[in-house]
Design a protein around this ligand. Structure first.
Ligand code: NAP
Length: 275
């Protein structure tokens, strides 16, 4: 079936985790296209700065300080949108990571990743689906879920993060099919390693297959693909794409490729934490 292009201008809706990194960059992109955005995150100062930058790009933004893992956050977001005439955008971007050998992971970190990366976007989407359906005209409403390349090739020492991100991808795939005929377009982006604050405590580089891409490059590619109607947006590096392909045809060959560098990888990622 052919992809149907999406109009990205004048979008009205929510971006979670909009205070920095991928979320802020997406806010600026939608702002530049005349968007009106509700920016959600825990820190007022970074959200306010994003709102200022969105305004400088020609858009408008409100901020809502909320920890998405806490009871009541989703209701507060829905309430903030209740007076909006149109809601036609939801970007589930907020996410966190803690790497390391599973048995060394604290239960609190395991729960934190599941709560933020999986439960929160599911509950927020559930709450906003009726508004997104109403907001769809001849222009479809957009749900964009920010997953990860790790959902395509599960990398050792990221077992919990991989579980949450592949869960989010499957959620999106099911919802895309559930949304046929409703005017809601569900897309999933799979960023590879991207240069943001989330990656500052991670020390794996090119030699371990973790070459990072600049944020601007990734976001430009993402917006072009989204506008073209692509619903599975992969921004991985070329070498990672080769591994993704191999993981489909011969997953044990990926095990063999990773085995010699397991120790080095564990060492390089053991401090990786954004919780
Ligand atoms: N960077 C990468 O290499 C990469 C690769 C693949 C996928 N991703 C995914 O892309 C998304 C964005 O990543 P990023 O690199 O931009 O990360 P980031 O720089 O760490 O930004 C995460 C954002 O989420 C917000 N956030 C964190 N915990 C929250 C909570 N409990 N409630 C509400 N907001 C919360 C943070 O703001 P506050 O601290 O103010 O709440 C922040 O704005 C994540 O889902 C991540 O898993 C990133």
């Amino acid at each position: 079936m052919e992809l149907k292009p999406l109009e990205l201008s004048n979008r009205r809706g929510v971006i979670t985790g909009a205070g920095q990194g991928i979320g802020r960059a997406l806010a600026l992109e939608f702002g530049r296209r005349g968007g009106h955005l509700l920016l959600v995150g825990r820190r007022l100062d970074t959200l306010t700065e994003t709102a200022r930058l969105v305004a400088a790009e020609g858009g408008t933004a409100q901020v809502l300080v909320a920890d998405l893992t806490l009871d009541g956050a989703v209701e507060r977001i829905a309430q903030a949108l209740a007076t909006w005439e149109t809601v036609d955008l939801l970007v589930n971007n907020a996410g966190n990571v803690r790497a390391g050998r599973l048995e060394l992971s604290s239960d609190a970190d395991v729960r934190s990743m599941i709560d933020l990366n999986l439960t929160a976007p599911i509950l927020l989407t559930k709450a906003l689906i009726p508004a997104l359906r109403r907001g769809a005209t001849e222009r479809r409403s957009i749900i964009l879920n920010v997953s990860s390349g790790i959902a395509m090739v599960a990398i050792p020492f990221y077992a919990v993060y991989a579980a949450t991100k592949s869960g989010l991808s499957q959620f999106g795939e099911a919802l895309r099919r559930e949304s046929i005929g409703t005017g809601v377009h569900v897309a999933t982006v799979y960023p590879g390693a991207t240069d943001t604050a989330m990656m500052t405590s991670q020390n794996a580089g090119d030699e371990l297959g973790w070459g990072r891409r600049p944020l601007e490059e990734v976001i430009t590619e993402l917006m072009v693909a989204l506008a073209a109607g692509v619903y599975e947006i992969n921004t991985a590096t070329e070498s990672r794409r080769v591994m993704q392909q191999l993981n489909i045809t011969d997953p044990l060959a990926v095990d063999d490729a990773l085995a010699p560098s397991l120790e080095a990888l564990e060492l390089a990622v053991r401090d990786h934490r954004s919780i």
